[in-house]
Ligand binder design. Structure first.
Ligand SMILES: [Zn+2]
Length: 161
C-alpha cells in the first residue's frame, strides 16, 4: 500500500514545536507540503526564525514518525521563500498559546496601523491591555518577557515576526 500525501501529512502534522509543545508544526503553519520526487517523499518546511535550533529536532521527528510507518525514503527540504511570519499561526494555535500562558503574536497588519510600533500584548491571564515589557528576550530568542500591570502576572510573548 502506497500512502497518500494526505496520510503522510497526517502522520507528521501533530509534531509539536520543540520550544512550545502545546502547538504543532501544522498550527505554526511551517509544514508547507508533501510531494514525491526522485524516489523520495519530499517534505517542505519553512523555518520560523532562521537561527532556531528547533528545526533540526523537527526534521529528526519527521524522519522518526515516517520511519515508524515503514517509510524510509524521506527528504526534508527547507524553503525560505515566502518567508514565514507569525501571521501563519492559526487562530486555534493562538488560543492554545493563551491557555498555555504565552501571549500570541500580534498580526503584522495590526503593527502597520500602529505606524510600525509594536502594540503591547494583552495579558494571557486576565486579558488586560496594560502590560509592560520586562525583557526583549524570554526563555528563547523567539519570545519576549512581559508583566501585566493589572494582575501582576509575568508572561512570555511569542514575538511578532
Ligand atoms: Zn493580567
Amino acid at each position: 500500500m502506497v500512502p497518500t500525501f494526505k496520510e503522510i501529512e497526517a502522520w507528521i502534522a501533530d509534531i509539536p514545536d520543540p520550544e512550545i509543545p502545546v502547538i504543532t508544526i501544522k498550527d505554526l503553519g511551517i509544514l508547507r507540503g508533501v510531494d514525491y520526487a526522485n524516489g523520495n517523499y519530499q517534505i517542505t518546511i519553512t523555518p520560523t526564525y532562521t537561527a532556531c535550533p528547533a528545526m533540526k529536532l523537527i526534521e529528526d521527528q519527521i524522519m522518526e514518525n515516517l520511519s515508524a510507518k515503514g517509510i524510509g525514503n524521506v527528504k526534508v527540504n527547507l524553503t525560505y521563500t515566502p518567508a514565514w511570519t507569525t501571521d501563519w499561526i492559526s487562530e486555534d494555535a493562538r488560543e492554545k498559546l493563551r491557555k498555555y500562558g504565552i501571549a500570541p503574536p500580534q498580526h503584522s497588519s495590526c503593527i502597520k496601523t500602529m505606524g510600525g510600533r509594536m502594540p503591547d500584548p494583552h495579558c494571557p491571564r486576565c486579558n488586560a491591555a496594560n502590560t509592560s515589557l520586562i525583557s526583549r528576550f524570554g526563555s528563547t530568542a523567539c519570545k519576549a518577557f512581559y508583566q501585566c500591570n493589572n494582575c501582576k502576572e509575568t508572561f512570555e510573548q511569542f514575538k511578532c515576526h
